[in-house]
Structures are given as C-alpha cells and as structure tokens.
Design a protein around this ligand. Structure first.
Ligand SMILES: Cc1ncc(COP(=O)(O)O)c(C=O)c1O
Length: 408
C-alpha cells in the first residue's frame, strides 16, 4: 500500500502545528538602528563587526577570528590559510553540505571521504586512519546535525600523522566534546550563520584559530590577501573576497546573545525526544557519546527496516498523516555520488589536480557503505527551540505509534 491509498487519519496525534520560532526582534533591531547611523558599512574596524567579535568570543575561546560571508567561505579560508597544495588530501565526511568540500577543490586539493559511525553519523577514527596516505594534509571533522565528532581520537590521529584539523561547526553551534566547545579543539573552527542554522544573519560565517602561525592568514585569506593592519596592497597570494559587512555583523552579534538559550532549549527537546524513542523496535535514534553534547540542529532518526513491515516511504507518509513533519531522508546521496564528483567536472569539464598528475583519485570508485545506508533509511525531523514539552511528547507518541503499528 502506498501513501496515496492510505486512509486519512481522523485524529492525528500531533494535532497542532509546530510552535513558531521568533528568531529576530528587539536585539537585532537595536543593532541595526545603530548600524544605519554609521558613516560606513565596511567591516574593517566597524562597530558591528567589533561587537560580533566580542559576542563570539564569549562562547568560543579563539584568539584569531575572521567574520566572513558564509560557512563555505569560512572553510575555504581555513583551507587557504593552511596553504593546502594541489594534490594534497583532506579527509572529510560523505554526508555533509557542498560547502565543506568547495574550498578544498578550489585550492586543487582532494577531498577523501571516510565512512561514518552508524549511530552518531560522524566519521569514525578507524575510517579516518584507513584513509590516511602520504598526501594527507588535513582532517575536516564535520559535526553532523549538532553531534560532536570524537575529537579526542581525531586529535590523537592528527598528532601521530602531523595533520591539520579543521572543524566544520556549521551545524553544531553550542555542541561540546568532553565539555569543550566544538571549533576550539582542532586547528580551525568554522561556523555558518545561514538562514537555517541555530543562529543566523541571513548568510554569514566565522572562522577562528588559536594558532598564531595560522591566525594572521585568516583576514588575508578572506580579504584578497590585502594587509589591512599595515594598510598595504601587495598581495603575496591569490585569495578571494569573503568579507562580512556591517549589516550582517549587526544581526549576527545580536543573535549570539541568544545562543546559549537557543542551544539549551534544543538540547532539552532533542534529549526528550531521544529518551522517548529509545527502545522502540524499528527506531534507531541518534547516539551522543558519553561526555559530549548534541545541540540538535535537526533530528536525524534511522529506521531499522528489518524490524518493520513497511518501507521508509510508507513509514514517513504515516508519520505525516499523524501530523509529524518528517522528511524522507536528508541529502539524496553521499556527496561523492553527486554528478560533479562522478564526472570530475570541477573546472569547465576538467580537474587540473588530476589532469596534471597531482592525484589519481577516481570518485566513481568511492563507496562508503554506512553513509549510504544512513541516507537510505533515515528520516529527518524538524526540531527547534520553540517546541514545547507537550509538542515534543506528541511527536514522540506519534512516532512510537507508527513504529508499533508496523513492527514485524
Ligand atoms: C556541515 C555544513 N558545512 C558547511 C556548510 C556551508 O555553510 P553556508 O551555507 O553558510 O555556506 C553547511 C551549510 O548548510 C553545512 O551544513
């Protein structure tokens, strides 16, 4: 039976729409009002950008910080600042946004995909170790959906092999590994303020490091390699313009004053949902490793299809009939399966890194079975700070009801 032949559910368990988020208000308005009275909206020494630095540092103890135009930009700046050379490899997750790999490819580097843990959805240290070659230069740890990677193991591997660690924290504002905020453990922390993240200014990003030798590169790498401190214009390297402007910084600074509250509510909601789904046959809720904090940017729930009588499409259709705004899957396929990778079509139908012999990588041969399985059996549930206990409890009851109705 498919979704269209299913009889309508007369009294859905989730009988109210999800509570509306109120994302912007007085705090943003105050900063924007101050901003429009400024003579300049340029970031350099701009008061909103200074305020953003200040607010960011209240959460992230990073010595060198550069606000930039997106999370993609933040990651590209990190890759540029470490001076990745053509053909050098960066180990990265196959379930992520294109933003993780764009900068690597623009620097003619080679993303190498390492498989994931089936329950945390993050790269396993064993898969990372297996992916290390003499060309490996960095590990990009993507803290997926807000769940922290095993940074202790990743840092140990990096030390053993002399690798740089870039943390992709786009989805993990407020997450912690063993008490430490993600983004402050590796060599670089990269964050996104895009519209869908915990905190947003429409589009924006942040990149930071505690390493003095890399810190100077951040502002140069995000600002055409101009030296704003010395006021000189004689770029020593090729670098893009990824600057953030004062209007974005005004909103981002105001948003960060709410971060703690937003994250606390999301953790509470995500934990509450997980507790109620745990133990139901057919459901595999996300696992957070002991001592870590999952800040639930979204809620990725795997289905144990062997324990259910229906396929994912039917299960999700039934969830929706019960009022749960579930999505079928997350990204459609592992990133290496995208056309651009399968055709190695990175620059006008060519891939200079490979065409000129700097790599032999063939993405048609890459296979990460766990990542593939996750994407084939998962459902994504929206989760946010506005949801009440009552709403979460209804969602949990609806999911458990559907799972119990279909268990083998
Ligand atoms: C894991 C991850 N990395 C990087 C990015 C890129 O961020 P942005 O959209 O701000 O460029 C995203 C955005 O969705 C993301 O989820």
């Amino acid at each position: 039976m498919n979704a269209t032949t299913q009889p309508p559910v007369l009294n859905p368990i989730v009988d109210v729409p999800p509570p509306a988020q109120h994302r912007w208000g007085e705090a943003e308005l105050a900063r924007l009002t101050a901003m429009v009275q400024q003579r300049s909206l340029f970031y350099w020494k701009g008061p909103q950008t200074e305020a953003l630095h200040e607010e960011f540092r209240k959460h992230y103890d990073l010595k060198h910080v550069f606000p930039c135009s997106s999370g993609t930009a933040a990651l590209h700046i990190a890759v540029g600042a470490l001076r990745l050379k053509p053909g050098e490899e960066v180990i990265v997750s196959p379930i992520t946004d294109m933003g993780s790999v764009i900068g690597i490819l623009y620097q003619q580097g080679v993303p190498v995909f390492a498989d994931l843990d089936p329950r945390t959805y993050n790269m396993t240290p064993a898969a990372i170790r297996a992916a290390i070659t003499p060309k490996t230069r960095a590990i990009m740890a993507v803290h997926l959906a807000g769940n922290a990677c095993d940074m202790t193991a990743i840092m140990a591997l990096a030390k053993e092999h002399n690798l740089v660690v870039i943390e992709d924290c786009a989805q993990s504002w407020g997450s912690r590994h063993q008490g430490r905020p993600v983004g402050t453990i590796g060599d670089f922390g990269c964050y996104s303020f895009n519209d869908f993240k915990h905190v947003s200014c429409g589009d924006g990003g942040m990149v930071g490091t505690n390493r003095d030798d890399l810190g100077e590169g951040l502002s140069k790498w995000g600002d055409k390699c101009y030296d704003r401190v010395a006021g000189t214009r004689d770029p020593a390297e090729l670098a893009p313009n990824y600057r953030m402007s004062e209007p974005q910084a005004a909103v981002a600074a105001a948003q960060l004053t709410k971060l703690e509250d937003i994250v606390a509510r999301r953790i509470r909601n995500g934990t509450r949902l997980t507790e109620q789904l745990a133990g139901t046959p057919g459901l595999l809720p996300p696992v957070t490793r002991p001592g870590d904090t999952h800040s639930y940017w979204f809620y990725l729930l795997r289905l144990d299809l062997a324990a259910l009588k229906v396929n994912r499409a039917q299960f999700v259709a039934d969830l929706r009939a019960q009022g749960v705004q579930a999505g079928e899957g997350y990204i459609p396929m592992p990133v290496y399966r995208y056309k651009v990778f399968q055709n190695h079509n990175f620059f006008g139908g060519t891939w200079p890194a490979r065409d000129l012999g700097a790599t032999t990588m063939d993405y048609t041969k890459v296979h990460c079975p766990v990542a593939t399985a996750i994407l084939e059996d998962c459902t994504v549930l929206p989760l946010n700070e506005a949801m009440t206990d009552d709403y979460i409890d209804k969602v949990a009851r609806a999911i458990n009801t559907v799972a119990n109705a279909h268990r083998r």
